[in-house]
Design a protein around this ligand. Sequence first.
Ligand code: HEC
Length: 111
Amino acid sequence: MQRPPTTIMPLIASLLALLILGSAAQAQDPARHGGALLKEFCSSCHAIGKTGNSPMPGAPPFRELGRSFDFDQFPRLLQRGISSGHPAMPEFKFSDDDARAATAYLRSIQQ
Ligand code: HEC
């Protein structure tokens, strides 16, 4: 029988440790996790930071959403799937945790 490749064991162990640490960091800082999600899914059209214009003209910068949205309702909106009725905007659906995290981030950048 072949011996297990012991050299890759430490590598696997450290990868696992990174994964665990990574998800712990997410749990501790939902706003940061939310920011990363919005960056991935929304930043091609929306400005997601405290400054800057949206890449797509007509897509409201996220820091101004507080003017038209009640953030207490926002997680539910993200979970149900947000659709502005604008054909350019794809339909998104967030999990409960992700919706809460994204909303925490949005709250943190409002003007
Ligand atoms: C492909 C481009 C695109 C992407 C990607 C995109 N949006 Fe939009 N979004 C738009 C445009 C354009 C509008 C303006 C629509 C309008 O007012 O007619 C808009 C409007 C909105 C509005 C305001 C809707 C309203 O009724 O006033 C919200 C909230 C929003 N987007 C959230 C998001 C979120 C959250 C994401 C990522 C999960 C996202 N968008 C990704 C293009 C995009």
